[in-house]
Design a protein around this ligand. Structure first.
Ligand SMILES: Cc1ncc(C[n+]2csc(CCOP(=O)(O)OP(=O)(O)O)c2C)c(N)n1
Ligand SMILES: [Mg+2]
Length: 583
């Protein structure tokens, strides 16, 4: 199919070539380097998916829009440019909306493009097919929302969507395209002229020199400094400067989950194994692209050495963030450094030379002592070989496989399956670990895995709780259909958190957290032509994973874990309302 429609032209009147909305949209995306669409076809966008494929775009078609949305979101994180998800009206749009909201919360740039029903019917609420005022619904849940009514505005619509998604703090953008738009035709030359190739979509934001002065003065005064790297630091792609900053200052650092691998987790300055010591003990904390939200106990309370959960521990904070309103959101930020992380880190680094004095040895030794003790304790636990497997003995295998394949992408969700993987499996390179992020949302697994494979071409290892997997499990068909090098490992403990809860009412239904015992998840992959492995020992798990990475064939390994092994909500048991806490 050509990008320009050739109208029936009589020899007498040579009508100018025309272009339709479908092709203007495809051309606008391609012009801006967007070459992949994650979506699910249906009215009014079925032809759009066909035409996009015909025009050379990669169209990855999913079984549920939420997974397509999650794929687009993580593609945005991986590439630093918006991932695009395409959905049908009302229900398809709503299915994609969770992913859009999650992307916004996590600062992943994505654009949810949805077809919608006819405006005049929707606005009079006359009961159209899949009627919904989608723009109004999307608006509070994303960074920006736009609607395009006329073909000549498609170029502007895409340009605005791209800029909103990637500039400043990145996030999700909604673009509403009513069905009529696609078939509208306009003069092809005017159409081409209406498209915009966005120049500098995520402009650098240079920090003020006095902010850098203030930050360095505070950092220099520290006796027990700590650096905290967040997902924003990973997103910034300032890998070399961040590593140099850490190494030149000699300050111990912690990586938030998706910042793991920004410096290798095995780095001698990594204080991850001494986290519960360094947080309350540090006197000055440099936050780089990490927010003081619940994941960091809001910067106060017992985690930080405060007397109770509302009490400040007394640390001073330097915060590097692109958003000025992030400052003071939870505790006082003594030295805000507002700008894009790359520019901020490079400005700090320009003033940190070889003469920078390292933190006092007393502090470094105290951190090292805790760290070595905990690392030794962990090694002991990992060396055990209990039957059935527990999380540690299974993840000891995953740890080795990731070490041997540092370029592989790691996707991770679950509760215990998440927490144990995060602490046991070391990451060696930036932006390799993709997980449940700020919300701790279940359901990102297969969408992230598909996009990780599509966008990087690297093998993908998805470590999934059995409950977590269920949210997106049908996409194993998608993985097989596109023959993606994805190895799903289900840490199967027969339920949400564990498989041993009892029905408190004594009836014959199982407890709400319990699943079918010994479910054979591996057969789901076999159903679509992939490889299924049932693994009851670390040796079987290892063999299965090695073969999966080597062969690059879609593989699902059902790793049988002791059903008593998990704890309620993994490591966030305390967030359960007290009345419902288990004794
Ligand atoms: C969308 C969504 N629904 C529900 C939850 C609540 N939740 C948190 S973890 C979890 C599943 C934990 O079980 P599993 O994945 O099997 O991990 P395990 O702890 O058993 O290893 C659920 C349902 C959530 N986080 N997100
Ligand atoms: Mg489970």
């Amino acid at each position: 199919m050509s990008a320009v429609l050739s109208p029936v032209s009589s020899a007498a009147t040579e009508a100018p070539p025309m272009i339709d909305g479908f092709h203007l949209l495809i051309n606008a995306l391609k012009l801006n380097g967007i070459d992949t669409i994650y979506g699910l076809p249906g009215i009014p966008i079925t032809d759009l998916t066909r035409m996009a494929q015909a025009e050379g775009m990669r169209v990855i078609s999913f079984r549920h829009e939420q997974n397509a949305g999650n794929a687009a979101a993580i593609a945005g994180f991986i590439n630093g440019k918006p991932g695009v998800c395409l959905t049908v009206s009302a229900p398809g749009f709503l299915n994609g909306l969770t992913a859009l909201a999650n992307a916004t919360t996590n600062c992943f740039p994505m654009i949810l493009i949805s077809g919608s029903s006819e405006r005049e019917i929707v606005d009079l609420q006359q009961g159209d097919y899949e009627e919904m005022d989608q723009l109004a619904v999307a608006k509070p849940l994303c960074k920006a929302a736009f609607r395009v009514l006329n073909a000549e505005d498609i170029g502007v619509g895409i340009a605005r969507a791209i800029r909103a998604a990637v500039s400043g703090r990145p996030g999700g953008v909604y673009l509403d395209l009513p069905g009529k738009l696609f078939a509208q035709t306009i003069d092809a030359a005017a159409g081409a002229a209406s498209l915009i190739k966005v120049v500098d979509p995520a402009p650098r934001q240079i920090p003020a020199p006095e902010a850098i002065d203030r930050a360095l003065k505070l950092l220099k005064s520290a006796k027990r400094p700590l650096i905290l790297l967040g997902k924003g630091a990973a997103y910034a792609r300032a890998d070399v400067d961040i590593r140099t900053l850490v190494e030149r200052t000699g300050i111990p650092y912690l990586s938030m989950s998706m910042a793991k691998g920004l410096l290798p987790d095995t780095h001698e300055q990594s204080a991850s194994a001494a986290r519960s010591y360094v947080l309350p003990e540090a006197d000055v904390v440099l936050l780089i692209g990490a927010r003081l939200n619940w994941l960091l106990a809001h910067g106060k309370g017992k985690t930080w050495g405060g007397k109770d959960h509302k009490n400040w521990g007394g640390q001073k904070f330097i915060q590097v963030d692109i958003s000025p309103t992030e400052m003071d959101s939870n505790v006082r930020i003594d030295a805000p450094v507002v700008g894009d992380i790359g520019s901020c880190v490079s400005a700090l680094l320009a003033r940190i030379d070889g003469n920078w004095s390292k933190p006092p040895a007393e502090w470094l030794n105290a951190v090292a002592e805790r760290k070595n003790k905990n690392v030794a304790k962990m090694a002991e636990t990992l060396a055990k070989d209990p039957k059935p497997m527990n999380f540690q003995s299974a993840l000891n295998v995953v740890r080795d496989i990731v070490k041997a394949n540092p370029d592989a992408m790691l996707v991770n969700e679950g509760a215990n399956a998440l927490d144990f993987t995060r602490s046991i499996v070391d990451m060696y390179k930036p932006r390799k670990r993709l997980d449940v992020g700020t919300w701790g949302v279940m359901g990102i697994g297969m969408g992230f895995a598909v996009a990780a494979a599509v966008e990087t071409g690297q093998p993908v290892i998805a470590i999934e709780g059995d409950s977590a997997f269920g949210f997106s499990g049908m996409e194993v068909e998608t993985i097989c259909r596109y023959n993606l090098p994805v190895c799903v490992v289900i840490l199967n403990n027969n339920g949400v958190y564990r498989g041993t809860d009892k029905n408190l009412g004594g009836g014959k239904d199982v407890a709400p957290t319990v699943f079918v015992k010994d479910a054979r998840y591996e057969k789901m992959m076999e159903a679509f032509g992939g490889v299924g492995v049932y693994a009851t020992t670390p040796a079987e798990l290892r063999r299965g994973m090695e073969e999966a990475v080597r062969s690059r064939r879609p593989t699902l390994i059902n790793a049988i874990i002791d059903e008593t092994a998990g704890t309620e909500s993994g490591r966030i048991t305390s967030l359960n309302p007290a009345a419902r806490k288990k004794s």
